[in-house]
Design a protein around this ligand. Sequence first.
Ligand code: PGA
Length: 238
Amino acid sequence: MLVAGNWKMFKGAHEARAFATRIRHLPERTPGVEVVVCPPFVSLQATLQGLGEGCLVRVYAQNVHWELDGAFTGEVSAPMLLELGVKGAIVGHSERRQHFGESDETVRFRAEAAIEAGLVVIACVGETEAERVAEETGAVLARQVAALPRHERLVIAYEPVWAIGTGRSATPEMAQEAHALIKSLHPSRVLYGGSVKPENALVLLSQPDVDGALVGGASLDPASFEAICLAGAEAAAA
Ligand code: PGA
């Protein structure tokens, strides 16, 4: 079970450090759950400092470039992340695909390079509302998943775009159906993302093919993030 908090463009260094200090002992209360936070690049180091040496909470970045270095203004490479103590990165989040021109091809480049460098990768896939209405969900997921490398450190996050930040999560049945499809195509763990909150975490995480959660809004408040991680531990123990 993996529960990752995606902070998106929230929490500068000061706030990130305070959050990290508060949750540093959380994994001791959530057996069976890998707890991960994904701060903005500029807050990675402060988060690691707040967690401290030997802490079991892992820190992942929200993106990573495919080259080791070079003339790529605004990008950050895997070796730069590893040097800080960052253990993984999200790639292909729908906000990157929608607003920053990310494609299946660039997602594949980023995922392959990050895996090669030794990072864990959370690769995001998911259909838009229009695609679901047009009954294209299966085809969209198959296309996005086909672009991803196969590796034990590659984790897929199923995030229906219409469920992200809307408060309207997929039903447990919808999530289970999509996760089962993804797992029939790719041998990876599959996290669910899209309006996960303390009230729906247990039922979503209890679905047989749901291996964790990628949490946006509800990961910004430590009490709510803790509650979701505790639900993960309960689901893992069942
Ligand atoms: P949300 O975001 O939990 O705020 O819906 C999830 C995500 O974008 O990863």
